[in-house]
Design a protein around this ligand. Structure first.
Ligand code: SF4
Ligand code: SF4
Ligand code: SF4
Length: 259
């Protein structure tokens, strides 16, 4: 163990594990990653994990059980910097798209009255619902290129890149014809651009997998899509899919205002 190396822990809460898997998918860079940092904990790839003090904790997944709340608080106490790694950790992800009432109904549809024996489920939420978060790296999953940029910058003590612009800005730089004008609903105006507008570049609509952009205006997008004649329920579903609690809150508010 090298004292000069940053101590890093990589943790998984509720999600599909795709973001953690993405790190293992950096095949050409994996040895360099493990040589450059002291990876103390990473359940997916090593068994000799140490749960001590950390410089950086990358936390994947949303908080979906009482045990995970405790685990997350313990990570926060041990880590100088906590990173919400991926969309689930940043905004809650697909499993957090329902409001407080609906998650219980949906849980019952699958599990009936069966109870978990080792912990209790709770409404799925992003990690900043329970702890202070220092950095966010969204994406479902996080892009490999974005992870490597992030990792390299953090190792050198530089602040990681931010992704404040919506997908539309990059889409325009890339000179794509706007899909909305072709009758295809696209969530580019709402979505943070970390992907380089990869879907519209290939004539496919953005479905929002990087989560809400800073200052996104869901009301405006909602009415824009509605005016263009798209089905309202389909718009809601599409807008809710990847935005976790953020857009669920918007639709709750919208329901109240439209009564
Ligand atoms: S953000 Fe997406 S890829 Fe990452 S854990 Fe959640 S569902 Fe999986
Ligand atoms: S295609 Fe989508 S991302 Fe591109 S400009 Fe139109 S709405 Fe924005
Ligand atoms: S264009 Fe949208 S859906 Fe496609 S990768 Fe980028 S953020 Fe995700």
């Amino acid at each position: 163990m090298n004292k000069d190396k940053l101590k890093i822990g990589i943790y998984e809460l509720t999600g599909c594990a795709g973001c953690a898997l993405l790190i293992t998918d950096c095949e050409m860079e994996l040895i360099d990653i493990f040589n450059a940092a002291d990876i103390q904990s990473f359940l997916m790839v090593k068994s000799d994990n140490i749960e001590g003090e950390l410089d950086i904790a990358l936390v994947e997944g949303s908080v979906t059980t009482e045990n995970e709340i405790e685990e997350l608080k313990d990570i926060r106490e041990r880590a100088k910097v906590v990173v919400a790694f991926g969309l689930c950790a940043s905004v809650g992800g697909i499993q957090a798209r329902f409001g407080n009432k609906e998650w219980k109904e949906n849980y019952q549809k699958i599990y009936g009255d069966m109870e978990m024996t080792h912990t209790k489920p709770v409404q799925s939420k992003p990690i900043d619902a329970y702890i202070d978060v220092d950095l966010y790296l969204p994406g479902c999953p996080v892009g490999k290129e974005q992870f490597l940029h992030f990792f390299t910058r953090v190792l050198k003590g530089a602040p990681p890149e931010k992704y404040p612009r919506p997908v539309c800005v990059t889409c325009k730089y890339n000179e794509n014809d706007c899909l909305l004008n072709k009758g295809i609903p696209c969530l580019g105006p709402l979505t943070a651009d970390g992907c380089g507008s990869i879907c519209p570049n290939h004539n496919l609509p953005c479905t929002g997998c990087w989560g809400p952009a800073e200052g996104a205006n869901p009301t405006s997008e909602y009415f824009l899509l509605k005016e263009k004649g798209f089905d309202i329920e389909a718009i809601k579903k599409r807008m809710s899919n990847y935005s976790g609690t953020k857009l669920a809150e918007f639709f709750e508010q919208f329901k109240k205002e439209s009564k």
